[in-house]
Write a protein that binds this ligand. Structure first.
Ligand code: GLU
Length: 469
């Protein structure tokens, strides 16, 4: 049977790290087996699902380039099909209407709790007489879970799992308004779509035996299941907003590359020897769902940063540009207003871990800045810097704008004034880039350009004059 996996988010929020990892693993498993990957939007909870969340999930999937072969399929468009199966199960006496009131169920739950029993439906309506079945009255539909025996399966992440049917009660499959519930729709969809492997978070483990029982009632073979452990924050607690970016699109906004995020996610719960860097092609070649870790993994921002820097350094500029452009636009940087970006990338990639930082450090080469970095200005734009800046300006004005000529002008200034190189170089660096750090000055100035350099030195001289007065 050819492999088919799915990612089935509920659109109640953005695509978060855990969801993205589940999507990636499902996608990789399909790709690794030349199978198909389905995107299914589980939007039956009409109160909590929003169109914005659907868009946010699709945006996240697209940004990660996890293309789907089928979908997005919306469960809300399949209500007729769910109804058909619910009716079939009722006709076959595998499901039944339940008329128990909320009050009765609440009371039952309270009694069970006070007897230290697990709260569960007691099956009162399972055996109603025909004359008690007045379908004009409010009712839900419950699935007749087997009363005895076990549900056993081999989870390809967690190993052998078994649940006693006694532990499972008769699940509601249709609410009073007729709308189907989560555990039911999942089964019908996984069955109709021919899903062969389900990879999902282990918060769903308890749902699996219930779903498998519905599969059996329908005479269908359930998929294989792999439940992945949750992701923890670096403090060992469940990953949440407190830990920083948890939404995939937030990673984009913070300057991460999808290549780095995917690479990071694949390693967050799976490994191949001690290899850390995986291209998407390598992931497809090497990923094996049977070797997903059983233990929870902890998020590690430093490692993500390291991977991000690796990809900034190694991606071909054309690929990098696809993602860098978004940040350039954000900062209103026009590349035509400055040097060839491919000259700058190798220099700056060594110093920055995110595209956001990269863009803010290259900004002075493409656009004027309003302010000098406060600390750097305080230290280097002082009255002693006035003569070196004035003299180097004079020399720079008259040279051919080439790195060696620029260097010569700086050297000569230091010699003539009989000061160390730093006394010329540092004020010049702060004047021209606004900050105390940049690549070698000759390169820096050659990239900034003559006109800009001279006018920025003038600005720095004014700044010093104002400080003194
Ligand atoms: N819709 C469920 C969720 O977002 C996932 C269901 C599944 O993967 O079976 O948690």
């Amino acid at each position: 049977m050819s492999v088919k996996t799915r990612f089935a988010p509920s659109p109640t929020g953005y695509l978060h790290v855990g969801g993205a990892r589940t999507a990636l693993y499902s996608w990789l498993h399909a790709k690794a087996h030349q199978g198909k990957f389905v995107l299914r939007i589980e939007d039956t909870d009409l109160e909590r699902s929003t169109p914005e969340a659907v868009e946010a999930i699709l945006d996240g999937m697209r940004w990660l380039q996890l293309e789907w072969d089928e979908g997005p399929i919306f469960q809300t468009q399949r209500f007729d099909r769910y109804k058909e199966v619910i009716n079939k199960l009722v006709d076959e006496n595998q499901a039944y209407p339940c008329f128990c009131s909320r009050e009765r169920l609440d009371k039952l739950r309270e009694e069970q709790k006070s007897n230290k029993e697990k709260p569960r439906y007691d099956g009162k309506c399972r055996h109603l007489e025909q004359n008690e079945n007045d379908l004009t009255k409010d009712h839900v539909i419950r699935f007749k879970n087997p009363l005895t025996g076990k549900v056993h399966f081999t989870d390809f992440v967690k190993g052998d799992i078994s649940f006693a049917n006694e532990e499972l009660d008769d699940l509601i499959i249709a609410r009073t308004d007729g709308s189907p519930t989560y555990n039911f729709t999942v089964v019908i969809d996984d069955m109709d779509m021919g899903i062969t492997q389900v990879i999902r978070g282990d918060d769903h483990l308890n749902n699996t035996p219930r779903q498998m029982n519905i599969f059996s009632a329908l005479g269908a073979k359930p998929p294989e299941y792999g439940h992945v452990p949750m992701i923890l924050g670096d403090d060992g607690k469940k990953l949440s907003k407190r830990h920083g970016a948890v939404s995939v699109m937030q990673f984009r906004d913070d300057g991460y590359l999808p290549q780095a995020v995917l690479n990071y996610l694949v390693r967050l719960g799976w490994s191949h020897g001690d290899q850390e860097v995986f291209s998407v092609d390598e992931m497809i070649e090497l990923f094996d769902a049977n070797t997903i870790n059983k233990a929870p993994s902890a998020f590690n921002t430093q490692k993500l940063n390291w991977l991000n820097q690796h990809y900034i350094k190694t991606l071909p500029i054309s690929e990098l540009m696809v993602h860098l452009q978004w940040h350039l636009d954000n900062e209103a940087i026009t590349l035509e207003n400055g040097p060839d970006l491919s000259l700058l990338i190798p220099e700056f990639a060594e110093r920055t871990q995110t595209l956001k930082d990269l863009v803010s450090t290259i900004k002075p080469y493409y656009a004027d800045f309003d302010q000098f970095d406060e600390k750097a200005a305080k230290k280097h734009l002082r009255p002693v810097a006035r003569d070196p800046l004035a003299l180097v300006r004079q020399k720079l004005e008259n040279i051919d704008w080439k790195a060696d000529m620029i260097q010569q002008a700086i050297d000569q200034t230091a010699q003539e004034l009989e000061v160390g190189m730093g006394k010329v170089g540092m004020p010049l660096r702060v004047a021209v880039t606004g900050a105390g750090m940049s690549p070698a000055l000759d390169l820096t100035l050659s990239w900034v350009g003559k006109k800009r350099t001279l006018s920025r030195i003038d600005k720095a001289l004014e700044f010093i004059a104002q400080r003194v007065s």
